[in-house]
Write a protein that binds this ligand. Structure first.
Ligand code: SF4
Length: 251
């Protein structure tokens, strides 16, 4: 069984074509800006709906039940070159017997599999899903380790090491950079990432820029968890354009 907190159909920003995105519940990071705080805890929770009712966040699925749900959208995958993306929370911090069985079954039935990951897990978890995974959406949040620890609660060393290892497997990697003004949107930060990629022979297929957005900022109230003290903002359009220019061919 695995605990899922959302199955989002018709996703067009989670990889190739039209995709159905599965959100696993539970994440080892605690990003201060997290827009899916309901995906952080590894156990089911309750939250309030807009009309004040309580609802359970998180539903247990067997692999068979989940496959049945995902098969319903096959026509969209086939017509658009899409498939299924596993996200969260963190997919690779879940019961890996479940995740491996799921991706192997999707792969066997001809459905493309993408995995959105923060990269914070034993590399053995990547190795288990690699044979069945078409691409990885690899989120790199902050390059400076001290800042990474301050804002996410963990060191980024494992995340960077896993990225290097994944690149050696010639996996299709789409690197995703969340952009937060005053935290990771400076030229210095972007250049540090570029240097890391070049020095380690890492060639992402593309780098997606994800300017911070406030969507989901009411979720803490709904979950009745403390609202983060820090208020974040996205860089200006000019700054984003400057970052795009710095990254050149990657974006
Ligand atoms: S890695 Fe993603 S899900 Fe986990 S805390 Fe950070 S933003 Fe939230």
């Amino acid at each position: 069984m695995a605990l899922i907190f959302n199955i989002q159909r018709f996703s067009i920003h989670d990889g190739d074509g039209i995709r159905t995105t599965v959100f696993f519940k539970g994440c080892p990071l605690a990003c201060a800006w997290c827009h899916n705080p309901e995906g952080r805890s590894f156990t089911a929770e309750t939250w309030q709906t807009a009309d004040g009712k309580y609802e359970i966040v998180g539903k247990n699925y067997t692999v068979k039940q989940l496959l049945k749900e995902l098969e319903k959208d096959r026509i969209f995958y086939e017509q658009s070159g899409g498939g299924v993306t596993l996200s969260g929370g963190e997919t690779l911090a879940q019961n890996m017997d479940f995740v491996t069985e799921l991706v192997a079954a999707l792969h066997k039935s001809g459905i493309s599999v993408g995995i959105d990951t923060c990269g914070y897990c034993d590399f053995g978890n990547f190795e288990r899903v690699l044979p069945y995974t078409d691409f990885f959406l690899y989120d790199l949040k902050i390059f400076d380790d001290r800042l990474h620890q301050t804002f996410t609660g963990v060191s980024n060393r494992l995340i960077l090491e896993n990225l290097k290892k994944l690149a050696r497997y010639k996996a299709r990697i789409i690197l995703r950079l969340i952009l937060l003004e005053g935290v990771n949107a400076s030229d210095e930060h972007i250049i540090a990432i570029l240097n890391f990629l070049m020095q380690n022979d890492i060639h992402p297929e593309r780098i997606d820029l994800l300017p911070y957005h406030r969507l989901g900022s009411d979720k803490h109230q709904r979950l009745q968890t403390p609202t983060p003290a820090q208020v974040f903002s996205a860089p200006t359009n000019e700054r984003i354009e400057a970052i795009r220019n710095l990254l050149g061919l990657f974006v």
